[in-house]
Design a protein around this ligand. Structure first.
Ligand SMILES: [Zn+2]
Length: 261
């Protein structure tokens, strides 16, 4: 295993790596809030409010392929980060990452708190987003029950990408075979495509980040779920490959879009 992955719960180390990325890619890196005694950071390019990509990891602290996949992708894509408008939240639950725990220090699942502003750093994140719009949002996760990779695609823009993304992952890791995940039926193996209808939203009284983003800020929204029981370096490679493919597609879509104004 890559020795760097042995430090996947070392938050200061992770942020040192991000500081290098920020310098090389000319991103502004800001500690925008504090959570459970840790600074919470965001990285932004100056054009981030003009329709780029939103990337976020580590809202669940026991999902290290998410935080490692994001920094791994960023380290490999400095020229792209200079070019593509982006807003990055490298780790939204530092206490959880350090303690290898899903929740924050109070036992809250932060990915169920986007409906209110009671969690200060989630409220600060939402306030910062206010008028910002993104072509693409990727929220990176892992699943302890996962027997293979699966992903959520929130429906809006066609053509959908979900089927192709599953094929990108297939050579790298088994694809989830369960057709029922958290009591909900898969669109097909490895893919949960969801339309945010009123009926679906009733099932989300406690809003996850991806649903909140899709309702208010983004055109395309995906959540990747790598299976925690597989080797960490393999899970990281899958996250990197999926981020890379989505950002490539977003760039192509942006180039093809008619210029406004
Ligand atoms: Zn998660």
């Amino acid at each position: 295993m890559d020795p760097i992955l042995l430090r996947c719960h070392d938050y200061p180390f992770l942020m040192r790596r991000w500081r290098k990325v920020a310098r090389a890619a000319r991103l502004e890196m800001t500690a925008f809030a504090e959570a459970d005694g840790f600074p919470v950071w965001r990285l932004a390019s100056s054009g981030a409010d003009e329709g780029g990509v939103y990337l976020s990891a580590g809202i669940h602290g026991d999902e290290p392929a998410a935080t490692e996949g994001l920094i791994g992708w960023a380290e490999q894509n400095i020229p792209l980060l200079r070019r593509v408008p982006c807003l990055v939240f490298p780790c939204l639950n530092p206490w959880g990452l350090v303690h290898n725990t899903r929740t924050d220090a109070e036992g809250q699942d932060l990915n169920r708190t986007f409906q209110h502003d009671g969690v200060p750093h989630i409220g600060a994140l939402k306030a910062y987003l206010q008028t910002r719009r993104f072509r693409l949002a990727l929220t990176l996760h892992e699943d302890f029950d996962g027997r293979g990779l699966y992903l959520y695609e929130l429906e809006r823009r066609v053509p959908f990408w979900g089927e192709d993304l599953v094929e990108i992952a297939r050579p790298l890791i088994p694809i989830e075979g369960r057709t029922l995940i958290d009591g909900r039926r898969a669109t097909r193996a490895g893919l949960m495509r969801r339309k945010l209808t009123a009926a679906v939203l009733r099932r989300f009284p406690a809003l996850p980040e991806a649903v909140y983003l899709h309702l208010h800020h983004t055109v395309r929204t995906f959540t990747f779920e790598t299976p925690s029981e597989f080797a960490l370096d393999q899970r990281v490679r899958v996250q990197v490959a999926l981020i890379a493919e989505c950002v490539r597609r977003m760039e192509r879509e942006a180039e093809a879009a008619p210029k406004r104004g």
